[in-house]
Structure formats: C-alpha cells, structure tokens
Design a protein around this ligand. Structure first.
Ligand code: SAH
Ligand code: SF4
Length: 343
C-alpha cells in the first residue's frame, strides 16, 4: 500500500489528478496526522476507497515513557510491525524531537545500542515525517500551531546511509503547506561518511551538521568506530570544512567521553589541533552506558575537567546535557529493552 506521507504535494497531485481539489485538501490533513475517517470534508465513499489502497499514518505511537524535565520517550510502531523510537524534549526556546532514520544501523560503533543487531531496513521519508507528525499531534500541535519546532536526526540509524530518503524527508518537513520546520531548526548527526558530507554540502540543504568524531587519532577512532577505516579523520575534517565553506554553518563535533579510552590529555590536545582554524564547536557527551557493551562513563567531574582542558586550548566547547537517561535515552536502548522483555 502506498504511504501518502512520503509524497510531496506535487506528487500527490499527480497521483490524484481528479477531482482537482483532492490533493490540496488531503495534504494538510496528512501533515496534521488525521486518519482517513477524520478527513470528513471528503465524501464517505471516497474515504473508504482511499483506505483500501493507501496508508495515511505510517507511524503509530505504541508506548510513551515520561521522564524527568518533561522529556518523553516514544516507542513507535510501523505498518510492518517494526518498532522505532524517538525522544521529545521540551525547552523554553522550543520543543525538540530526536527521530530515527533507520531501523538499527550497520556502522557498528562499539558504544552504541542501535548497531547491536545491524541494519534491519531504511525508513521511508513518510516514516521519518510520520514520527514528527505523531509527536506534534500527541502534544496538542498541528501544522499551524506546532508543538514540535526543532528536529535532531540523532535517533537510531546513520542518516547518510539512507541519503535519498533523508533528503526527501527534509523537503517534506519543510513544505510550506505542511508542518514547515525550517533547516535552521534541524540538526543532522553523522558518523562521518565524508563523501556524503560533501554531496550534502552541494545539495543546497543547510541544516546544522554534527559529526560524531569521538576520537582524534585514527587507530583509536577505528577501534570504536569501524567506519573510520573507510573515511579517516583527515577526510572527515576536510569534508566538514567544505560544508562550512558551502553553507556558512559552523560544524559541531560530537565527542562522547568514554572512561580510559578517549579522555586523556593527549586526546584533548589533538582534538584542539583538529578543530582549529575553522568555525566549529565541540559537544561533549558523557557516555550513556549500554549494558551489552563494556565501555564506562567518566565521572561528571572528569567530564568537566576535559571541558576545561579544551577551553584552555581555545576550543569552543560545551557539555551536552544527557537527557532521558532515566528512560533509556541513548539511541536504540529503549527498543532493545522492549523487545527483550517481550520475548
Ligand atoms: N548515526 C548517527 C546519528 C545517530 S547517533 C551518528 O552516529 O552520528 C547520535 C549520537 O549519539 C552520535 O554522536 C552517537 O555517537 C551518540 N551515541 C550513540 N550511543 C551513545 C551512547 N551509548 N552514549 C552516548 N552517546 C551515544
Ligand atoms: Fe550507527 Fe550512530 Fe550508533 Fe554508530 S553511533 S552505530 S553510526 S547509530
């Protein structure tokens, strides 16, 4: 069955040329998360026909876990029964949704729960948009008065391993007649597929780009992120500079601190060298411990010490608040726990 949320307004018009008003009416309904039954301005027999052939809501909320500070972790169910997750984080400046781009991930980073079972499949553009729409609606929003205002593509999956669908999603979520979240309010995090970073820089899209660096030396990085054997640090940094030159947006380097692995003085020094000379920012994250992995998180004090070292070396850096620890916040952990408990 065709998932209508994956279609642009233009494609919807091509699919439903007659009656002429139809596509224009359905599009906002879809982006508000309405079911076919709720599209009451359409005749009943038309709604029944649509129901037989098309999917309006590819993402359903299966479970919700409310954590401290209003954070909500969502477990979503797709039409084929697969489960994915997302996190809604309310802030004073707006509300951010962290969404997934793939079911699982094939990058195999040694600290991450999403990659434990490899990649199951890519999400369609409609399945990415469906997460935004479901959470927006669940929090009382619609396309005019949005509850979700900011997006981070940092849930399960490597967005640049699902490149075409992610680009189409960015177009759909920014559609004027849809929820219309602009790229200034979207961050995309990648494990560093340098060729895609360059292609993306040339694509005309201008989201905030986060690069998961996590280590400043190639041998160390390869040992925790196998993708480094394909695109090494030099290639990633050079692609990041290219992204800045093309878009004018400073690049964020994410650095998850793992005790005894990447938290040495030598690492801080090298990280400072790497990020010198072009506008960038380092986001330090304390590891969210994953029970299947044997990495440990440094203490909060050790994390602050690492920050101070970077700052004394002239690096622009902050510690990212680790939201949602109490509700299996790290990507891939909730879905895993849920599947384990079921079976
Ligand atoms: N695949 C992309 C985006 C999803 S992961 C990427 O890797 O960038 C989003 C961020 O969470 C990445 O920086 C990733 O390295 C980090 N991350 C994954 N598992 C983590 C964990 N257990 N603790 C802390 N950060 C983690
Ligand atoms: Fe994939 Fe990102 Fe997890 Fe690495 S950190 S396994 S790239 S989701």
């Amino acid at each position: 069955m065709t998932d209508l949320l994956s279609l642009s307004l233009k494609e919807l018009k091509e699919l439903f040329p007659e009656p002429k008003y139809l596509a224009g009416q359905i599009f906002p309904f879809l982006h508000n998360g309405a079911t076919f039954d709720e599209m009451t301005s359409l005749k009943k027999d038309l709604r029944e026909k649509l129901k037989e052939e098309y999917v309006a809501n590819p993402v359903a909320i299966r479970e919700k876990f409310v954590g401290k500070s209003g954070t909500i972790k969502y477990l979503f169910e797709l039409t084929d029964g697969n489960l994915i997750e997302g996190v809604y984080m309310p802030h004073d400046y707006g509300n951010t949704l962290c969404l997934s781009t793939q079911i699982g991930c094939r990058m195999g980073c040694s600290f991450c729960a999403s990659g434990l079972d490899g990649l199951l499949r890519n999400l369609t553009p409609g399945e990415m948009l469906g997460q935004v729409i479901a959470v927006n609606r669940d929090n009382g929003g619609n396309i005019k008065d949005r509850a979700v205002t900011n997006l981070v593509l940092m849930g399960s999956g490597e967005p640049f391993d699902n490149y075409d669908n992610v680009l189409k999603f960015l177009d759909l979520v920014g559609a004027e007649k849809g929820i219309n979240i602009g790229e200034r309010n979207i961050s995309l995090s990648t494990s560093g597929l340098a060729n895609r970073v360059r292609e993306f820089a040339d694509s005309g899209h201008k989201v905030t780009l986060s690069i998961s660096l996590h280590a400043p030396f190639d041998t160390l990085r390869s040992s925790i992120m196998p993708v480094n054997k394909k695109y090494n640090i030099g290639e990633i940094v050079s692609a990041s500079k290219y992204y800045f030159e093309k878009t004018g947006r400073r690049v964020i380097f994410e650095y998850t601190l793992i005790k005894g692995t990447n938290d040495s003085n030598a690492c801080a020094l090298e990280l400072a060298k790497l990020t010198k000379g072009f506008p960038s920012h380092v986001n330090l994250i304390r590891l969210n411990e994953v029970k299947e992995r044997d990495h440990q998180a440094p203490t909060e004090d050790a994390t602050k010490d690492f920050l101070k070292k970077l700052e004394s070396l002239g690096v622009s850096a902050t510690i990212r608040r680790s939201l949602g620890n109490d509700i299996e916040g790290a990507c891939g952990q909730l879905r895993r726990r849920y599947l384990e408990n079921k079976g």
